[in-house]
Write a protein that binds this ligand. Structure first.
Ligand code: GTP
Ligand code: MG
Length: 319
């Protein structure tokens, strides 16, 4: 019989059973009661894995790099989590297949893809849960691939210890507006498709950008890669490891992780309050208060304050 209870699934997953690991991830993605049990245990047992984010514009070679990195890491049980914020419900599976088709086929990595399911903000809580499950099941490193340069990617980058931003020759023309965003998230840059003309120019543009930015004891190194030929991947891995060592030695690793947990709790509060707001508006009391707004007895602001009051009790005098 195959195990179906979270504890049994964790034992099986830790022993290398991929199906059990997949089941656990499905449980946390559903975010139901069972998912909460899984997430709790994953949080208790996690904290060991190195979490590496790989991000950048569509088609820059993230999946190819990710698969190659998993192999070059020499790790026994690397995991890849591919996230596509733009994809509809079924998109995730397609993305996963694309890793296998386009990218180098990693020999040992556990690969999982996740779509956002159109849940505003949902990714912010689903991704950390999935990372924790992989971590608690003994996967290391956990490499998280996200597409795009924008808000979602910034929040996903926040879930990683080390974030690699992938650009290609000509990047400077393409993402003019996002330079500040790139600088903010990048711990390491990969200029991929270095087999194309002007990879050196792309590196120079990045250097100039880094010269202007402020530095916090770490200047993002730039590595030229030709991922589909496996070139530069070992150098890239070396820089990722160097950054990991810097985080540990400077004490930033625990600071970043603390900040991350804080952000996640804030995200979860926001999500919870948003759900509650919907429920309140739909409730009988909500309808009655809205009725008074409609009759111009009270303002929308006053209505919101009235409906919020039970949610935010006065903390009272300090005890
Ligand atoms: N010429 C060249 N092609 C590459 C290189 N690395 C990857 N590719 C190719 O570029 C295409 C896109 O690679 P992917 O790894 O799927 O890129 P991606 O960034 O994961 O793409 P999305 O997930 O769709 O955003 C594939 O056809 C790769 O084979 C490279 O260094 N040079
Ligand atoms: Mg990809």
């Amino acid at each position: 019989m195959s195990p179906e209870l979270p504890d049994e699934l964790f034992d099986a997953a830790a022993a290398g059973n991929r199906r059990a690991l997949g089941r656990l991830l499905t449980m946390v993605e559903r975010r139901d009661d069972l998912g909460a049990v899984v997430a709790t245990r994953a949080h208790r047992d996690g904290g060991q894995a190195r979490v590496i984010g790989i991000t950048g514009a569509p088609g820059t070679g993230k999946s190819t790099i990710t698969g190659r990195l998993a192999d070059v890491s020499g790790a026994a049980r690397p995991a890849i989590l591919a996230i596509d914020p733009s994809s509809p419900l079924t998109g995730g599976a397609i993305l996963g297949d694309r890793i296998r088709m386009d990218g180098h086929i990693s020999s040992s990595a556990f690969i999982r893809s996740m779509a956002t399911r159109g849940h505003a903000g949902g990714l912010a809580v689903a991704v950390p849960d999935a990372i924790r499950v992989l971590d608690a099941a003994g996967c290391d490193p956990v490499i998280v691939e996200t597409v795009g340069v924008g808000q979602v990617e910034v929040s996903v980058a926040a879930a990683a210890d080390t974030t690699v931003v992938v650009v290609t020759p000509g990047w400077g023309d393409a993402v003019q507006a996002n330079k500040a965003g790139l600088l903010e998230v990048a711990d390491v840059f990969a200029v991929n498709k270095a087999d194309r003309p002007d990879a050196r120019g792309a590196r120079r543009d990045l250097e100039l950008m880094l010269d202007l930015g402020h530095q916090d004891g770490w200047r993002a190194p730039i590595v030229l890669t030709t991922a589909n030929q496996g070139k530069g991947i070992e150098d890239l891995w070396a820089e990722i490891e160097r950054h990991a060592a810097h985080l540990r030695e400077s004490g930033q690793l625990s600071r970043r992780r603390c900040q991350r947990q804080r952000d996640e709790v804030a995200d979860r509060i926001e999500l919870g309050l948003r759900d509650r707001a919907g429920q309140i508006i739909e409730s009988e009391v909500g309808a009655a208060v809205l009725d008074r707004v409609e009759h111009r007895e009270i303002s929308p602001a006053a209505a919101a304050e009235m409906l919020l009051a039970p949610l935010t009790p006065d903390p009272g005098p300090e005890s």
